[in-house]
Design a protein. Structure first.
Lengths: 209, 209, 209, 209
DNA sequence: CATGAATGAGTATTCATTCAT
DNA sequence: CATGAATGAATACTCATTCAT
C-alpha cells in the first residue's frame, strides 16, 4: 500500500507548504549528494535553501523529515521518467522496452540521487523507511504489470520467474552504484544498451510465433 | 591495483597488532550491523571487543579505520567463500558455475554484511574508500577471469559483453538489498537458483557443440 | 503600596484591552497549571485563548507579562473569596472566623493556582515580582486588620505577635503545597478544620470576659 | 519508603564519583540560587564547578540529575541540622524542643536553599520528584515520632491532630518563603522564637501534671 | 602496553518576538 | 486590529580523541 507519510507543518497555508517543501527537498538533495546525510548539517540545508533555520522548521519536523522528502522526490522522479517514456505508446511490447530503456537511462543520469537512496535509506526512521519502501514496491509491481501485459500481447518470457520484476528494477542500479568502475570501461550509452540487452536475454524475451 | 591501505599502530609487536585488529574488526562488525556505523560509538565497539577505549586506539587511529578494517574483513569473507567453492575443481565450466552459486549464496547468507558495505562505504575517507573499491575491483576481475577460462574451455557466451563480470557480481547483491521484499515472495534457496539461472541465460551461456 | 504595574498595549480601545487580558489570563492559567510556566509556550496560550500569536502580542508585551496577569488574577481570586465570605457580616469575631475559613478553603480548592504562584513567582521580572508581592502584602495586612478589629471587639489573642497575620496567611498554603501528602492522610474538609483550629489555638484566641 | 534514585555514571571509580557529585551539587546550588534552575545553563554549572561540560556529563546524565543531586543535598542538610541538635539529648521533651528550634533556625539560615526547593521541585522529572518527596515524607514522620515520644514521656498535646507533624514542618518554611516581608518586620532570631512559640501553643503543648 | 577520565567542538531543535500584509 | 510566517539566538547533550598514570 502506498501510504505517504504525512508530515505535520507549523504553517497553515497548504500551497505555501508544498511549494517550500519542494524547494527544501531540492536544496537538501544537493547538500546530501555533496556531503552525505550525516555530515550535512541542518544549517547547510537552510543556507542552500535560502531559509533561516527557524523557517526551515516551520515546514519540517526533524532532519529525518528532510531526508524523507528527498527520497520521495527522487523515487518519484525516476518513476515519472518511466511513465513519460511509455506515455502515448500502446503496443505492450514497445511499452515494456521503452520503460526498460527509460529506467536504465534514469539510473545512469540520476546516479547521484540513486546512490544517495541506496546509501541513506537505512538512516530513515522506521515509519519513513516503510513509506519509502512501499513506494519502491509499487514501482517494482509496475514493471511486473508491464511484463504481464507484454505476455498477454503474445510475447514469451520463458526466463521470467517470480523475481523478474525485481531483477529488472535492480540490475540497472549498477550503473549508479558501480559508476566508479564502469566509467573506466565504456561509454554510458553503450553501458545502458548492454544492460537492456542482458535483461531481455535473461528474461528469455522473444516475440511469439 | 590493490594497495591495502596501511594503518599505523602505536604498538610495535606486529603479531599482536594483526591479531587484535582481526578481533576488533569482528566485534565492530557485530556492532555496526546492529546499530549502523554512525549510531555506533567507539565505546560500543570497545565494550564488544572487550577492550578499553584507550587500548582500542593503540591499534587503530580513527573510527574510520575501524570501518575500513570491517570492510576488508567482509569483502575478504565472501571472496574466500568463492575461492573455497572452486578449490579442487579443475573443469572451467564447473568452476564458473560453482563460483556463481557460492557468490549468490554468500550474498543471501551474509546479507547483513553486504547491506553494511553498500550503505557505509561512502562514509569512508577517500583513501580507505579507494582501497576498498580496489579490492572489489579485483573480485570483479576474478569473475572475468573465470568466464574467460570457461570460454577457452569451449563454452560460449554470446551475451557476455564488457560488463559481464560486473553484472555477475552485482545482480546477486539484490538478495541482500531487496531482502525486505524478496523475503515475502519466495524461499531463499529458490531465489538463489533463480538468480543463477537468470545470469546464465543473460550471458547466453551454452556448452559449445 | 500596591501600584499595579502598568502594561503598555498596542491597542487603543481600553475596554477591549481589559476584556481580552482577562480572557488571556484565564486561558494562560489553564495552560500553566497543566504544563507549568516554562514548558508552556506562547503558542499554547494563544491557541487556548483562541487568538493568533500576533494578536496576543497586541495585548501583552512579553511572556512575563502573561505570567503577571495570571498572578494578578489568582491572588485577586482568593482575596475575593475572603471578602465574599465576610461580606454582610458585621460582628468582628465572626468576620475573622469566616475570613479564616474562607481562606483555608480557597487554599485547598485553588491548589493548582496556589502551587503555581509559589513555584513561578520567582520567574517574574523584578518589576512584576514586586507588584505581585505588594498585592500579597496588602492581603496579609488585611488579615492583620481583621485581627485588630476582633481585638477591639473584646477578643484576646495573647499569642498574636508581629507575625500573626503572616502565619495566618501562610500556614493554610500547606493544603496546596503538601497536597501530595495530606491527600493520603485525611479528607479535605477535615484538614481545613484542623488548620483553622490550629491557627486559633496558636493565636490564643478566646472571647474576652 | 526512601528509595534514593540511582544515577548511572560513566566513570567507574565509585569514590571519585561521589566526591565529584558532591562538588557538582554544591556548585550547582550556588548557580541555581543565583539564576534559578531554568535560567541556569549547564555551562554555568560546569564553569562554577571547575569542570568541562564533557566531564560534567561523566558524572551526571541530564540537567535533571543535577537538580536532583542539589535537592538531595539540601534536604539532607537541614535534616542533619535537626539530628545534630538532638544528638546527646535524651529527655523527650527537650528533644522535641531542640528539634523544633533547630528546624526553624535552618529554615531561616538556609533560606536560599529552601526557596529553591519550593520553587524548583516541580521541575524535576517524575522519578526524581518522587524520590525527593519520599525523603521529605520521612522527615515529616521523624517529627511525628518526636512528638509521640514526648507524649509518652508525659507531655500532652491536646491540639495535635493528624496534621501535627505536617504543620510543624511546614510553618517554619515561612521564614524562607516570606523572607521578603518578615525581614522588614523584625529580627531573625525574634521571628524564630515567635514561630516556635506559635507552634507549641498550637499543639496545646503542656507538661503533664 | 593498558587504562579510563578529561575534553570541547559540534548540532538538532525550540520558541519568544517581530513585522509585512 | 488581526494574522501567521519569519527569525535567530540560545542550549542540552554526544562522542571521537587524547594523555596522564
Amino acid at each position: 500500500m502506498a501510504q505517504p507519510r504525512i508530515i505535520a507543518a507549523q504553517v497553515k497555508d497548504a500551497e505555501l507548504v508544498t511549494e517550500r517543501r519542494a524547494h527544501i527537498a531540492q536544496a537538501a538533495a544537493r547538500v546530501f549528494r555533496a556531503k552525505g546525510f550525516h555530515s550535512a548539517t541542518i544549517r547547510d540545508v537552510a543556507v542552500e535553501a535560502g531559509l533561516s533555520q527557524g523557517s526551515l522548521y516551520n515546514y519540517v519536523r526533524t532532519k529525518d523529515d528532510i531526508l524523507y522528502l528527498v527520497h520521495q522526490d527522487m523515487t518519484a522522479a525516476y518513476a515519472r521518467d518511466v511513465e513519460a517514456a511509455i506515455d502515448g505508446l500502446t503496443e505492450p511490447r514497445a511499452r515494456l522496452h521503452a520503460a526498460l530503456a527509460a529506467f536504465v537511462h534514469a539510473m545512469r543520469e540520476r546516479h547521484g540521487d540513486i546512490a544517495l537512496i541506496y546509501q541513506e535509506t537505512h538512516a530513515l526512521g522506521a515509519e519513513s523507511r516503510h513509506a519509502v519502501l512501499a513506494q519502491t514496491q509499487i514501482f517494482i509491481e509496475r514493471f511486473g504489470q508491464l511484463i504481464e501485459e507484454a505476455r498477454e500481447a503474445g510475447m514469451t518470457f520463458p526466463g521470467a520467474g517470480k523475481l523478474a520484476a525485481d531483477i529488472v528494477t535492480f540490475l540497472p542500479v549498477m550503473l549508479s552504484l558501480r559508476r566508479w568502475h564502469i566509467r573506466d570501461v565504456m561509454a554510458g550509452a553503450e553501458a545502458e544498451a548492454e544492460i537492456v540487452a542482458f535483461l531481455m536475454r535473461g528474461l528469455g524475451a522473444s516475440d511469439g510465433p
